[in-house]
Design a protein around this ligand. Sequence first.
Ligand code: NIG
Ligand code: FE
Length: 393
Amino acid sequence: MASEVITGIGALATMHEGEGTLGLLRDAAVVIDAGRIAWVGPSGSAPAADRATDAAGAAVIPGFVDSHTHAVFGGDRTAEFDARMSGAAYTAGGIRSTVAATRATPTEELAARTHRLLTEALRSGTTTAEVKSGYGLDVETERRLLEVASRFTDEVTFLGAHVVAPELADRRAEYVDLVAGAMLTEAAPLARWIDVFCEEGAFEVDETRRILAAGREAGLGLRLHANQLTMSGAAALGVEMGAASIDHCTFLSDEDVEALASSDTVATFVPGAEFSTRQPYPRIERLRDAGATWAIASDCNPGSSYTTSMPFCIALAVREMGMSPGEAVRAATLGGAQALRREDVGRIAVGACADLVMLSAPDPVHLAYRPGVQLVDRVWRGGVETREWTPRD
Ligand code: NIG
Ligand code: FE
């Protein structure tokens, strides 16, 4: 693979050196070699490489790390969204209509749909994406979804505990047994993570504890849908069990915030879900004051947040949650990497993956300052400039 030097970068967001929250280096250069960052420094002293690219003053940031997506599903829920925007409430029940559509969709069609969604995400600057199952809810369909997800990413999450499968609606204990038993056995070799939707209408705290414990026993890392619709005990449970991330966090108590701050669990916010469900946005001040770590993710799914756009989520987080533009861009890159316990993405440093986004803007602040504008100009993923999400080898 040919090496490449990108010079004339007006603002390079390294996340770890230089100025401010984003670790900005001005008039900088980056060298890419064999898929990794090989050199970072002042543009004037950049070494030569096989190829040279002039950024002409544009900003360069790490590719977005979207640590929470449900990007394998059939159908969509246009009518439900339309009704909600006319006043209907969001409930966990809508998930079942996507389960029916997903079960009826052949595997190769699911894979083609996921590929389209991830390509859409890449064109908005996402270079790492977690992908969950959770619209199968039977052993065979969950296995198909995990197999599709693993064609595209290392960050595969088993979410058999999304809601109780419709055919076991009256026998929830049986469904919990299935998820923590036969379904998990089938899922574990295909996944890195296990997740549970712990919420009214989905799974209770005790059921969640049992499923997460079984997942851990099977070698999976823990993540959680927590405190999305109510102030449940889910957030506290996630921190107590050492989850890498608790996601949504729309409603957090002061105790939850304190617990987060003294743990290495990341709070992942998904403001696209607040947008699409007309829920109140959580505020960031208490987490900032307490010193907690947070991320932003898209939560891309057909029910509560049908967007792949991290720039859209950044703009929402700035306008509606009280994040500074720098905090939001950091949360969408380094924060996502922390939520996935990854050190090789979400930053621009020697040895990190060469996942880079060149903006048609002089400063990353423009991602919030110019909402709704396509500012992602060029994307490198694994050192290769691309417009398409290439499957894993
Ligand atoms: O993250 N909260 C649970 N799961 C998804 C929504 C799923 C759906 O409505 O289809 C979420 O918001
Ligand atoms: Fe989700």
